[in-house]
Design a binder for this molecule. Structure first.
Ligand SMILES: [Zn+2]
Length: 850
């Protein structure tokens, strides 16, 4: 006879997903969690597993586990079977009566899916040698799709993995491999128990990997890549970069690398740039293996990703956000620390220019939209955590940290960070804990900073106002307003550096504390009239800066090209671009500026960014008539840039890419086609990725030679990557049938992996295909809830961006607005994502209006 049970957890805690209520309840009642997890990976479509979950509890409640895997086979709590119906709504309920004082042991057997997409274990098939590779990706809340667990970041657990795989495979996991047993064709490998880690950070990979572990001196690191790419991957270089990254972080944080060992895997078709699993970082093979000579931005992007994931070992893995509402904390820090490290490790890289180009435009583009959110993003249920990813956490957060460091000073900032890590090591923390630690180090509270930058959505716009009299500054002021009404009234308090640039004397930099609707730069008064003013020199401020008209004119007249400081020049180009997006400069005027001054720009990082903006202006912002007036001139400038032997390869390649993207005139298309017959372009042999880019454009443009070129390129490049690129290129065929076929496959083809699908969205939505793709806009919007539920974090953003940036007309805007109007109860996170991406379409329509 059963004893009378104490009350079970409230029914609301058992709702689908992992509610904040459930997480809080468990954090208060569950302690000292350990998982002993065994998985058999020898079947193709599923893994059978067993987990022994040990924990202590406070109080007398039952326990709620999370499990969304294929099937629960068997479950025991302290040796006794769970009652029928214990598994429901993605949870497993363990009645209180089966739990006791001291340590409890649950034993569960289960089946989890293995699939190219939509499963916690991703399988990718290599067509060149027929091999299969498996890896996990459990962030933000998919660990419970793999095995029954307490799937929340603040129930950290020690994890011991045991993996059974074919004998020819290697396996890598968070802990070091400690033993292996061969039985028949299979090997069972056991891994060391980890330090306490969050469930989303559990990771393993299995397959016939090529492995490299350099012998000799240096920190032991093993790198993994699939066999067919082993010849192309520069693993020794990558290992050396990781060693430098780990050494630098240990020095800055004043703490040794916190986990037992460090390895990394270049994972095929990986849907992220990287994932920071402690001890087993995974990277996108596509971004890490270069098939043609990498340009500087590509090399820097790769090193920055390494630094980002290594920084996560401390920020994210050692100290973890309590809940995904503070996702910004780990992402902001990883990117900010990566820039600091890069600035130190490679002074020639001009890391803060890279940081500006990589973060600010992206952050400002989203933070000015009605879909923006604060850095701290309220989150009621982990099943919506995917929506918290995006420019706010990845780009605004590091920008805000840059402002914070400038505000308190480098050494205070570092002391605060070290104290924060010491206090919360192997635990969890919130943004309040961080600001408290830095505030203590600074000797002043940071409550105002928290209010402005953690809790408040949106951003300030600052407008320069300059009055000159008799050759001297009569008045310089900065007028501040919120970019959006949703931020609420009132100014942000920030520290910026105001630059007065002169043609005939050194520039003057004035530190200014912004506050109030109007800030007077009193220090500027009476100084000689500058050639131009730039009120965010050094990029310390987080604000959209609108230049005064005299400064714009001076920059157009040549001051831009004469500016030596590349970070400043990058920001000036950016400010001029912002003039266009704010409808303060016509797109024609911007094209004229680019034609006149871009050829003189020799910065390898600025040029590709500006060429991408020029592409957007010409192909989207200009209507047909003004475009026809400049198309030939722009094509000529790009073609000459690619052919100019006086320029470095990186620049020529950027111009070549620009030409491939923009050429549409018949002469331009013929020139594109001729590149495929030539052996080289931009001064280097023409390699497969660029060939594919050209073929893709020829298909998009419906060029007469396109189909033959496509067939020829398929024959030339039959590698695994070649097949991917062929799939992507074919999405650019200008036919209704192609669009229908691809759109159907995005949902119906379970063998299609997300990386292929993401890649094809650009050609599917080529700007030249608006009439063909417009009918798919509404179905694309209608699919958002499905995508949110079944695709990985970044897919939804890529999807929305591709469909909305592929349109420039009123009709597309009407379709999007109608979709929002038809769904007044659309989940708020999805509505915001639509608003974020609709903003560019709205601007495009506004800018095009004659
Ligand atoms: Zn990250």
């Amino acid at each position: 006879m059963a004893a009378q049970s104490p009350p079970a957890p409230a029914e609301s805690l058992l709702a689908p997903g992992i509610s904040l209520g459930l997480a809080r309840h468990r954090a208060a009642t569950v302690h000292d969690v350990r998982y002993d997890l065994s998985l058999d990976l020898t079947a193709r479509d599923s893994a059978t597993g067993r987990v022994i979950l040990r924990f202590r509890r406070t109080g007398t409640d039952g326990a709620v586990l999370d499990f969304r895997g294929r099937r629960l086979l068997h479950a025991l709590a302290n040796g006794r079977s769970l009652p029928a119906g214990a598994a429901r709504n993605g949870h497993v309920l363990v009645p209180a009566v089966l739990l006791g004082e001291g340590e409890n042991a649950l034993e569960l057997e289960f089946v989890a899916d293995i699939a190219p997409s939509g499963a916690s274990i991703i399988r990718t098939h290599d067509p060149t040698d027929g091999a299969d590779y498996l890896y996990t990706l459990l962030v933000p809340a998919d660990a419970n799709q793999l095995f029954p667990c307490f799937d929340q970041p603040d129930l950290k657990a020690r994890v011991r993995l045991t993996l059974t795989a074919p004998a020819a495979w290697s396996v890598v996991a968070n802990g070091a491999a400690v033993s292996s047993d061969t039985a028949g064709d299979n090997v069972t490998s056991r891994f060391a128990e980890t330090e306490p880690i969050s469930t989303y950070l559990i990771g393993f990979a299995a397959g016939p990997w090529h492995r490299v572990s350099p012998t000799g001196g240096g920190r032991p690191i093993t790198a993994y890549v699939r066999r067919s790419r082993a010849g192309e991957a520069d693993l020794d270089t990558l290992i050396a970069l990781h060693r430098r990254a780990l050494d630098w972080m240990e020095g800055y944080f004043g703490r040794p690398y916190p986990f037992g060992k460090f390895d990394f895997v270049l994972a095929p078709a990986f849907p992220f740039g990287g994932m920071e699993h402690p001890g087993a970082v995974f990277y996108s093979e596509e971004r890490f293996v270069f098939r043609e000579p990498p340009t500087l931005p590509r090399r820097l992007a790769r090193f920055s990703t390494v630094l980002h994931e290594v920084a996560h070992q401390w920020f994210g893995d050692l100290v973890t956000m309590r809940w995904f509402d503070d996702l910004w904390l780990k992402e902001g820090f990883a990117t900010f620390m990566a820039a600091k490290a890069l600035a130190d490790l490679d002074p020639t890289a001009e890391a803060w220019k890279t940081f500006y180009l990589g973060n600010k435009p992206g952050a400002y583009a989203v933070d000015q939209t009605a879909g923006t959110r604060p850095l701290w993003q309220e989150l009621a249920n982990l099943d919506q955590a995917k929506s918290n990813y995006g420019a706010i956490v990845y780009n605004k957060a590091p920008s805000v940290l840059k402002q914070l460091e400038y505000l308190v000073g480098d050494s205070v900032f570092r002391s605060g960070i070290r104290a924060f890590l010491a206090q919360h090591a192997f635990g969890n923390a919130t943004w309040r804990d961080l600001l408290a630690a830095i505030g203590r180090a600074a000797g002043r509270p940071l409550t105002g900073f928290g209010r402005d930058f953690m809790r408040r959505p949106g951003m300030p716009v600052a407008e320069q106002r300059l009055a000159v009299k008799d050759g001297r500054i009569a008045r310089l002021s900065l007028a501040q307003r919120p970019a959006l009404a949703l931020s609420g009234p009132g100014p942000w308090t920030e520290r910026v550096e105001v630059l007065l640039a002169y043609r005939d004397r050194p520039a003057v930099r004035l530190p200014v504390e912004l506050g109030g609707a109007l800030t007077e730069v009193t220090e500027a008064r009476g100084r000689p009239a500058p050639e131009f003013v730039f009120a965010n020199a050094g990029d310390y401020g987080y604000l959209l800066l609108l230049l005064d008209s005299a400064s714009v004119r001076a920059l157009e007249a040549g001051a831009l090209t004469r500016t030596d400081d590349a970070l400043l020049r990058a920001m000036l180009w950016g400010a001029l671009w912002d003039q266009v997006r704010a409808s303060r400069m016509t797109p024609e005027r911007f094209v004229r500026l680019a034609l006149a001054q871009l050829p003189a720009e020799r910065d390898e990082q600025i040029v590709p960014v500006m060429l991408a903006r020029l592409d957007r202006v010409v192909r989207a912002y200009l209507g047909p008539d003004p475009r026809a007036r400049v198309q030939g001139e722009v094509e000529a400038m790009l073609w000459q840039g690619a052919a100019d032997t006086a320029r470095a390869y990186d620049l020529r390649k950027a111009y070549l890419d620009g030409f491939i993207g923009l050429a549409t005139s018949s002469a331009g298309v013929a020139a594109l086609d001729s590149l495929l017959s030539a052996d080289s372009a931009a001064g280097a042999p023409l390699r497969a990725p660029t060939r594919w880019d050209i073929v893709t454009r020829l298909l998009e443009l419906g060029a007469p030679t396109a189909q033959d070129r496509f067939t020829e390129q398929q024959r030339r490049d039959s590698t695994a990557d070649g097949r991917r690129l062929a799939f992507i290129a074919a999405a650019g065929r200008p036919s209704g049938e192609t669009k229908r076929d691809y759109f159907t496959r995005y949902f119906a083809d379970s063998s299609l992996n997300e990386e292929w699908a993401s890649g094809s969205l650009g050609p599917f939505n080529a700007l030249e295909h608006q009439a063909l793709s417009l009918p798919w806009l509404r179905p694309a919007l209608d699919s958002l809830p499905f995508i949110q539920a079944h695709r990985r974090i970044f897919f939804l953003e890529t999807w929305l961006a591709a469909f909305l940036r592929g349109q420039t007309g009123d009709s597309a805007l009407r379709v999007t607005r109608r979709y929002l109007a038809d769904h007044p109860r659309l989940p708020e996170d999805l509505r915001r994502k639509v608003l974020q991406h609709m903003d560019e379409l709205e601007r495009t329509v506004r800018i095009r209006r004659p």
